[in-house]
Design a protein. Structure first.
Length: 59
């Protein structure tokens, strides 16, 4: 597996910088949360999204 250089700066790659900020925020939110809780929350969000999508396609 390759090792990637990740000491980039915002002006070098805006998209990578945004992904870095998102990953950092997710880490802060999920830190210390049991994996079972993370998975159940993700499943709930997915099911809610799917229901909204099905409603939108019907109307």
């Amino acid at each position: 597996m390759e090792v990637y250089k990740n000491d980039y700066e915002r002006h070098e790659d805006e998209a990578l910088w945004e992904m870095h900020k998102i990953r950092h925020q997710l880490h802060k939110e999920l830190k210390g949360k049991p994996i079972e809780k993370i998975n159940s929350d993700a499943l709930k969000r997915f099911n809610n999204w799917r229901k909204l999508k099905e409603k939108a396609s019907v109307t």
